[in-house]
Design a protein around this ligand. Structure first.
Ligand code: PEP
Ligand code: MN
Length: 258
């Protein structure tokens, strides 16, 4: 079925259990970390897609910026062994070339990129004629038009498998959650574009692992179609977003509650 954005959601319905679950570490750090996490997630039987960031957009230089191309063989190996589909963030046209060649199944556009129409255009141009699902995170600041505009730029180059990810909005002042929920904004997109799957990323909203389940459940209660959750074998030693990643036990607890 097609809505006024002109996208259909058949591809998503084919993939989706209820709810659709993307899980994996914030960043790919080592082959062992990827394989351990992926094997565990595959065993749960509830994960549709494995996530791992290869290029990490860090606030300050000099911190871990991702394993980059080195991680592609780790992901390929995981896919071969478990059959899990793979998703990663792309922020430049050159990232697209690398992930397409490696057989990554889906891509997401990060919050910092969504807010930059030039960057989105460059990525969209490179995707012209490519049939790959594109998940667009909301921009850092709460502007629904900017989020929609970015999604439209992908639609305009012929991408038909589109989804949105709500990852919260920059708070501008100290708050309990890392990012503001502004639930009205994703809900507005859901109303405007009923065929656009809406995924919630409770990890980046919560910023603390103990708050992730509450945000995830709230998103599902609002009718969102799925979740993207950060999971790491040893979150406290993670090289990025250590505080918000779930360990295996916490993810198991969360899934058992469903
Ligand atoms: C991430 O998913 O690890 C990430 C960097 O996300 P965001 O673009 O939402 O900050
Ligand atoms: Mn992260």
């Amino acid at each position: 079925m097609t809505d006024n954005l002109g996208v259909d959601n058949d591809w998503f319905e084919e993939l989706s259990s209820e709810p659709f679950l993307i899980a994996g570490p914030c960043a790919a750090e080592s082959e062992k970390q990827i394989l351990d996490t992926g094997r565990f997630l595959a065993e749960t039987g509830k994960v549709n897609v494995f996530r791992a960031g290869l290029w990490k957009p860090r606030t300050r230089p000099g911190t871990f910026e991702g394993a980059r191309l080195e991680a592609l063989p780790w992901l390929k190996k995981l896919k071969q062994e478990t059959g899990l589909k793979l998703i990663t963030e792309v922020a430049r046209a050159s990232h697209i070339d690398a992930v397409l060649e490696a057989g990554i199944d889906m891509i997401w556009i990060g919050a910092r990129t969504t807010g930059n129409p030039f960057a989105v255009d460059e990525i969209a141009d490179r995707l012209s004629g490519v049939d790959i699902p594109v998940f667009v995170k909301n921009p850092l600041h709460p502007d629904p038009e900017l989020w929609i505009g970015s999604i439209e730029r992908f639609k305009d180059v012929g991408i038909r498998k589109l989804a949105a990810i709500h990852r919260g909005f920059y708070p501008y002042e100290p708050t309990e959650l890392r990012n503001l929920t502004n639930w009205d904004i994703p809900v507005e997109l859901m109303r405007k574009f009923p065929n656009l799957p809406m995924i919630c990323d409770p990890s980046h909203i919560a910023g603390k692992r103990e708050l992730v389940p509450e945000i995830a459940n709230k998103a599902l209660s609002l009718g969102m179609n799925g979740l993207m959750i950060e999971v790491h074998p040893d979150p406290d030693s993670a090289l990025s977003d250590a505080r918000q990643q779930l360990d295996f036990e916490l993810l198991k607890n969360f899934l058992d509650l469903k």
